[in-house]
Structure formats: structure tokens, C-alpha cells
Design a protein around this ligand. Structure first.
Ligand code: GLC
Length: 558
């Protein structure tokens, strides 16, 4: 990494192709749909797009179960379409980052099909055992499935159709490196690596600790950041990225990772990854698991960001996100998606984008899309949500309405409803029946209504993305958290010598007064970006923030 690495000033836009734009009316988004909407990304000003998986797949987990790493699923198009997408994106100055899912494959991948034969040379490419350990799957139930053909069990941390690859096997690793080089030679600009910190399993696959009343252990601590993770990533760097570092972006999805581990993973001198997606902030409002929902503790959220900002200030780099295809919509989660939807969507964007790191925008976030309405379990498509419901209601006898409420708030399907382009049928996403119902609020929340409106959520995102490209303080300014214990105000500065930015944000539906102490040296500073149409042009001596109001002001010139 050099100081001028492109992704330090760029924003990345995540496309979930199933739900983005459908060109052929089959109700599922596709690559030609993405091509037809590239100008939306240009208008927003992003530097790269990350494409969730488009490889051939039985779609048990919407493409995160890959059966061929060298092709495109016919549902999404062809390799020729993909090449055209690369050309069209590059012609617009937008880089393309592929999703790389190599902790596991589909059980229909030829490698696994061969591996089921105990005499096959690929037997060792997966985890086979005569008896399972007690690990639980992240998608409910045990992490082991018995295979009749083999007479043994195989490990699957996710669904039973997603068997885990055995990275201890050097032939397998070489095969993965070869595949990655193939995509880079084709022209892709980097990889978002799915649960990449699960690839090194602990020696002997020991049992996990069982808590009272549980049948399967929570083995996350055992299989995350395992003993050979850094070796595997450094080897991948040598074999795949060496010589191409300056142009590529590599971002690892790494649940359960501490700041110290992140420093090791992203310190450029160690040649592993450019940045990671950590989970501390998105797990702040959960108890024993993601379905056990707690109110947002803003103080804890601020402390978490502060820890990550400081921890990666001299080595490594942060990625910044509220949303992706696994998270509910942020404006429904931590904003106010009724009275103050626009204000809170803009505030949440402001706070995130003014931190140090590379921001990621998930499709629809830039127009303030919200969670949707699910009436019954039949409205959910996501395997994690459906498995959880079956497990909780049918096996454990938990009340269906309680379980459904948790799903409504947290299900990944909230992020997967079709992109809301305009107010025509199916929000302009498809002329057919969408694979997942469109959120009915598309009639008033849609891209067409916002594109030319300077007061829109879209315009606000565009302004933040542009600010990052032009204002070095956003990239490199020192982060200092103010008012750490204030329960409603999120305040911080980004400074360098005499220059600085101050961010003030009211995370509540009540007006609040900013304590004077936070503002020493700032009154009179000009406004850079506010989220109310009549934000004051300079900061007053005593500031009262309206509900969900945020302001960014500047000090110093140059
Ligand atoms: C990652 C993906 C998620 C998927 C899982 C298994 O967490 O983001 O969508 O279900 O890995 O591949």
C-alpha cells in the first residue's frame, strides 16, 4: 500500500445482483440489469462496486454456495455479459470487486462430489470424520451432516449444502490461487473474501464449550482466526497479489475479530489484506445471538468506533459500513424510519462517512431504504431466517409471534428486497414477479424521486462521497471522540495541525443542547454539510441540535 492507494479516498458500492435490476423479466436481477444501471453509481460518485456472488450455484444461500468458480450462473447471464460489465464499469472509472467464497463450496461442486468417494484424491479437500464433534452450524442445528455414500460426516459451518474446504491441503490452496489469478487476468480489481478468517480450523477440531440447555456448542471462537490463517493469507498474497497490490482492493469479511487481530491482518508490511469487515459495531444491539435484540447503546457504539479508529490509526485500515446483504436496514435499525426517515438516514451516513476508513454503501442505503413488512414466515426466503424459525418454534417451542418479531427486525431479507428505482410496478426492478416482494414504500422512496432533488438522501450521500475525494482530513485527519458518555450526541473531530472538521450528530427524536465544553475553538466555523435544509451557515456559540440533526463544520483553510 502506498499513501495514494486509490481506495483510501474511494467509496465502494455493494450490489446484491439478485435484487438490483432485472433485464429479462424473470423476477431475478442479472448482469445486464447491473450494466443498465451503472450511471446510478456514476451519479453517486463511487470508485468501485462489489458484486455479491454471480457464479453458478444451486442458490441454497443465494449464491454463497458455489458449484463452479469459473463461470456465471445462467440466472445472472454469461461470461460475455460479465466481460461487458467490466468494460462498461471501467469506462466509467468504476472498479469491480468480486465476491470470493472459499471457506466452503456448494455440495454440488465437482470437488465435493468427488470427495464423497473415500478413495478419491479430493477426499482430503473437505473435512470428513467418522464421528462429529459438537459444533453448531451458524444456520441452526449441527455443523455436521452424515453422508450415506461415504459412511462419514462432513463439516458445514453454514448450511448442509455448504461443506467447508480443508485449507490444510496444499493442492486445494493452489487450485484456489489459480482461480483467483484467472479472475484478475480477466480484469477484476479485487476481492471481497467471504468469512475468510474461518479458513484455518483448529488442530483436531476440538469440541466447543456447551452452555446449559444447548445441544450444539458455539464454536465460533474455535474456528475464527485459526492457527494458520496468517500463513494462508500471506501465501495467497505471494501467489496471487504480488506485483498487483497498487491496483487491487482486498477486503476480508472477518466475524469475531479483535482490533489486535485486525492490525495483523491489515498491516501492509505483513502482506495479507488491505482491510477487513469487523462486526463489533453491528453486534452492539444483540444479546446471546443476533435474534436477541437490545436497544442501541449509543455510548457503547461510540466507544467501539473509537477503539477501531485508534487501533488502526498507525497500521492497517478500517472499512466502514452500516449495511450489507446480511444486515437489516440501518435507518430502521438505529434511525427513525417514520417521522425522521430522511434526517436520520442522512445523519447515519454523515457519522459513518466522516470516520477514517473506506466506506461501503449497500444498494438502496443511498436512498434511505427501510426494513420491509413480513406478515408470516412464508414471506421470508433467507435460509438462515427460515432455519432459525423452524429450530426456535418447531423444535424448542418458542412462541411464534416472538420469533417472528425478531425476524422482522433482524432478518437478512430486509436488506434483500428489490432495489427501488422508481414508482412504477415492482419499483422498476422487474417486469416479472420479483423473487422477494418489493417493499410497498417504493411509491415514495425511490431513486428517480431523489436523483435531481438537492435535499434528498441520495444528494447527501453524493456530497459525502465527494467530500472524501477532495478533503484530505476525511482520509487522514486524526480522530478524536468528544462527549464519550453523552447518551444522545455523537461528536468527534478529524484534525491535522490547524485544520479540522467537527461532526455533531443527535441520535434522538428530541432536541438536545450540545454542552459548551465540546465546542471550544469551533464557534463561527463554516458549515460543510448539514442534514436539514436550513442548517445554519456557521456554528453558533451555543448549539441546539434538532431531532436527528447532524452538522459538519470546518476550521482552518488550505
Ligand atoms: C457470509 C455472507 C453470507 C453467507 C455466509 C456463508 O457471511 O456474507 O451472506 O450466508 O457468509 O457464505
Amino acid at each position: 500500500m502506498t499513501a495514494d492507494t486509490w481506495w483510501r479516498t474511494a467509496t465502494v458500492y455493494q450490489i446484491y445482483p439478485r435484487s438490483f435490476a432485472d433485464s429479462d423479466g424473470d423476477g431475478v436481477g442479472d448482469l445486464r440489469g447491473v450494466i443498465s444501471r451503472l450511471d446510478h453509481l456514476v451519479a453517486l460518485g463511487v470508485g468501485a462496486l462489489w458484486l455479491s456472488p454471480v457464479y453458478p450455484s444451486p442458490q441454497d444461500d443465494n449464491g454463497y454456495d458455489i458449484s463452479d468458480y469459473y463461470d456465471i450462473d445462467p440466472m445472472f447471464g454469461t461470461l460475455a455479459d460479465f466481460d461487458e460489465l467490466l468494460r462498461e464499469a471501467h469506462a466509467r472509472g468504476i472498479r469491480v470487486v468480486m465476491d470470493l467464497v472459499v471457506n466452503h463450496t456448494s455440495d454440488e461442486h465437482p470437488w465435493f462430489v468427488e470427495s464423497r468417494d473415500p478413495g478419491s484424491p479430493k477426499r482430503d479437500w473437505y473435512w470428513w470424520r467418522p464421528l462429529p464433534n459438537n459444533w453448531g452450524s451458524r444456520f441452526s442445528g449441527p455443523a455436521w451432516e452424515f453422508d450415506d455414500r461415504s459412511g462419514e460426516y462432513y463439516l458445514h459451518i453454514f448450511s448442509r449444502k455448504q461443506p467447508d474446504l480443508n485449507w490444510e491441503n496444499a493442492d486445494l490452496r493452489q487450485e484456489i490461487h489459480r482461480m483467483m489469478r484467472w479472475w484478475l487476468d480477466r480484469g477484476v480489481d479485487g476481492f471481497r473474501m467471504d468469512v475468510i478468517n474461518f479458513i484455518s480450523k483448529p488442530v483436531g477440531l476440538p469440541d466447543a464449550h456447551l452452555t446449559d440447555g444447548t445441544r450444539y456448542g458455539d464454536a465460533e471462537a474455535l474456528y475464527t482466526n485459526g492457527p494458520r490463517l496468517h500463513d494462508f493469507l500471506q501465501e495467497m498474497h505471494r501467489e496471487v497479489f504480488a506485483g498487483r497490490e497498487a491496483v487491487l482492493l482486498t477486503v476480508g469479511e472477518t466475524p469475531g475479530t479483535s482490533v489486535d487481530q485486525a492490525r495483523l491482518l491489515t498491516d501492509p508490511s505483513r502482506r495479507e489484506l488491505d482491510m477487513i469487515f469487523q462486526f463489533d459495531h453491528v453486534e452492539i444491539d444483540q444479546g446471546r445471538d443476533k435474534w436477541d435484540i437490545r436497544p442501541l447503546d449509543l455510548v457503547a457504539l461510540k466507544r467501539t468506533f473509537e477503539r477501531w479508529q485508534h487501533g488502526l490509526s498507525d497500521a492497517g485500515w478500517n472499512s466502514l459500513y452500516w449495511n450489507n446483504h446480511d444486515q437489516p436496514r440501518i435507518v430502521s435499525r438505529w434511525g427513525d424510519d417514520t417521522t425522521y426517515r430522511e434526517e436520520s438516514a442522512k445523519l447515519l451516513a454523515t457519522v459513518l462517512h466522516l470516520h477514517r476508513g473506506t466506506p461501503y454503501v449497500f444498494q438502496g442505503e443511498e436512498i434511505g431504504m427501510t426494513n420491509t413488512r413480513f406478515r408470516s414466515i412464508d414471506d421470508f426466503a433467507d435460509i438462515q431466517s427460515r432455519n432459525y424459525y423452524t429450530d426456535a418454534v418447531t423444535r424448542r417451542g418458542e412462541p411464534a409471534d416472538v420469533v417472528l418479531d425478531a425476524l422482522r427486525a433482524r432478518s437478512r431479507d430486509n436488506g434483500r428486497t428489490p432495489m427501488q428505482w422508481d414508482d412504477t410496478e415492482n419499483a422498476g426492478f422487474s417486469t416479472g414477479t420479483p423473487w422477494l416482494a418489493t417493499n410497498p414504500n417504493f411509491v415514495h422512496i425511490n431513486a428517480a424521486a431523489q436523483l435531481h432533488d438537492p435535499a434528498s438522501v441520495f444528494a447527501h450521500y453524493r456530497a459525502l462521497i465527494a467530500l472524501r475525494r477532495t478533503e484530505p482530513l476525511v482520509t487522514d485527519g486524526v480522530f478524536t471522540l468528544l462527549l464519550p458518555d453523552d447518551p444522545a450526541i455523537y461528536a468527534f473531530t478529524r484534525t491535522h495541525a490547524e485544520r479540522g472538521l467537527l461532526v455533531l450528530a443527535n441520535f434522538s427524536s428530541d432536541a438536545v443542547a450540545v454542552p459548551d465544553g465540546a465546542m471550544a475553538g469551533w464557534p463561527g466555523s463554516p458549515l460543510v454539510i448539514g442534514n436539514y435544509p436550513d442548517s445554519p451557515p456557521t456554528l453558533h456559540r451555543s448549539v441546539r441540535l434538532r431531532p436527528w440533526e447532524s452538522v459538519v463544520v470546518r476550521r482552518g483553510t488550505g
